[in-house]
Design a protein around this ligand. Structure first.
Ligand SMILES: [Mg+2]
Length: 218
């Protein structure tokens, strides 16, 4: 993927962040918030079943009792509708809010979420509802290019947290000095989510916040 157009990447100061402290980029779904649980509840309200029996998304949506999952296009439609109208209903991941509040004492925090553009209003409202005043950037595709453009604006140490290995690998490739951490919040997903020796896997936020603090300490 090409580097994002420099003009399209906001400056840290325009986001209300200072380049004079470490910078931590944090994902939302399955990191700060229990997306699978919330999306599952939304699907159940539509009379559908969300079976978390593999690390997938659209392939996990079924009509009740069906052996074959829903068409991918139909799953995508439900996914978009969830983000447009319901993504503020998800529960915070256990320990996530307290961990971010602690981290904010020593680092700048930027929320970097891969979600459709129509999620912006509700996703921002969700963060504020839980007392998280940090700026939000919605991205699509691998997160390395935008992460590199953001961390390139600070001379301080930087870290990145995500549940998905493609995003973690992308950041490791584009911003090799940034410490990467994998966190999978959903208890049902934890045993299913692939892990990699490249990125410490820490599913407990109390432990993760300490590891991040160690990584960004000057
Ligand atoms: Mg995620």
């Amino acid at each position: 993927m090409a580097a994002p157009d420099a003009a399209s990447v906001p400056t840290l100061s325009s986001l209300g962040l200072t380049p004079h402290r470490p910078l931590v980029l944090v994902d939302v779904d399955e990191v700060l918030g229990l997306f699978m649980q919330g999306f599952g509840a939304y699907l159940a309200a539509q009379g559908l079943e969300f079976r978390v029996d593999r690390f997938a998304l659209f392939q996990n949506i079924y009509r009740p009792g069906a052996a074959e999952h829903l068409e991918m296009a139909e799953g995508k439609k439900l996914f978009d509708a969830f983000f447009a109208g319901h993504c503020d209903t998800i529960e915070p991941a256990p320990g996530a809010i307290a961990a971010l509040n602690r981290l904010a004492r020593s680092a700048e925090i930027l929320i970097l979420s891969n979600a459709p553009p129509q999620a912006e209003r509700l996703r921002t409202a969700w963060l504020r509802k839980h007392g998280l005043e940090h700026p939000l950037i919605l991205n699509s595709g691998p997160k390395g290019p935008i992460a590199a453009a953001l961390v390139g604006q600070t001379a301080h140490r930087t870290a990145f947290v995500d549940d998905l290995l493609p995003n973690l690998d992308s950041v490791a490739e584009h911003a090799p000095a940034t410490a990467t951490f994998q966190h999978v919040a959903d208890l049902r997903l934890q045993p299913l989510a692939p892990r990699s020796d490249r990125h410490p896997r820490i599913d407990d936020w109390a432990e993760l916040v300490e590891a991040i603090e160690r990584a960004v300490r000057a």
